[in-house]
Design a protein around this ligand. Structure first.
Ligand code: ADP
Length: 217
């Protein structure tokens, strides 16, 4: 599903990624671990097309993403990559259902189609009774599940998550991790997750251990 070759990236004189090669098959959950500053977020942002590498290529679903025009890439990203971050970035003035629909509207889906899919996802995530709640009226765990539903609305090729449970208490963290495994098992969803949680990483299909800009193991 994802093939990255010879990814390098520097910020000024600091080389943060020193030649990363990576292949992630469909339907697998890969975790990226490593000490702070190892380059995990930078790698995830490049795999997710949010940031350009200095060298190298990223192929997602047979598309060389950095050969696309800026406009094509924005559409591709909205369609094929679902992001979940440590902070949910939901829009406070919209309710759960509306937040989840946003990427579908950007992809020009009809209101009816978007809302049907959003309701289905929110129900699957145990939030069928929270459709009209605004983010401030939801718990931290619920907000993060709304963010996951938003990431899933366009049936993306891959979910990319950066410390998605970093801001949650133990119970909500475990629920979110279970949810990621359910998405893999039930929908054959491909997921790439940066995490500090070794216990979660151990349960994933593969651990990519980064150190100092390289894949150590
Ligand atoms: P990790 O996610 O493993 O903690 P990051 O990819 O966030 O590591 O960062 C790797 C290194 O790159 C760090 O030293 C960080 O300070 C630096 N870095 C990340 N993004 C930028 C940026 N936009 N500008 C300058 N330095 C950056």
């Amino acid at each position: 599903m994802i093939k990255a070759k010879n990814i390098t990236k520097s910020f000024g004189s600091l080389q943060v990624l020193k030649g990363i090669d990576l292949e992630i098959p469909q339907g697998k959950l890969y975790s990226i671990v490593g000490p702070s500053g190892a380059g995990k977020t930078t790698l995830l942002q490049i795999l997710g097309t949010l940031s350009l590498p200095d060298t190298g290529s990223v192929q997602i679903k047979d598309r060389q993403v950095f050969s696309l025009s800026e406009r094509q890439l924005a559409a591709f990203r909205n369609q094929e990559i679902g992001f979940v971050f440590q902070f949910h970035y939901l829009l406070p003035e919209f309710n759960a259902l509306e937040n989840v629909c946003i990427p579908a509207f950007i992809a020009k889906k009809s209101k009816k189609e978007a809302e049907e899919k959003a309701k289905e996802l929110l129900s699957f995530l145990g939030l069928g009774h929270r459709l009209t709640h605004k983010p401030a009226e939801l718990s931290g765990g619920e907000r993060q599940r709304v963010a996951v539903a938003r990431a899933l609305i366009n049936d993306p090729a891959v979910i990319m998550a950066d410390e998605p449970s970093g801001n949650l208490d133990t119970k909500n963290r475990e629920d979110l991790h279970d949810l990621f495994f359910r998405l893999r098992d039930r929908f054959n969803q491909t997921l790439v997750i940066v995490t500090h949680d070794e216990n979660f990483a151990r349960q994933s299909d593969k651990i990519i251990r980064m150190k100092d800009g390289r894949i150590e193991e």
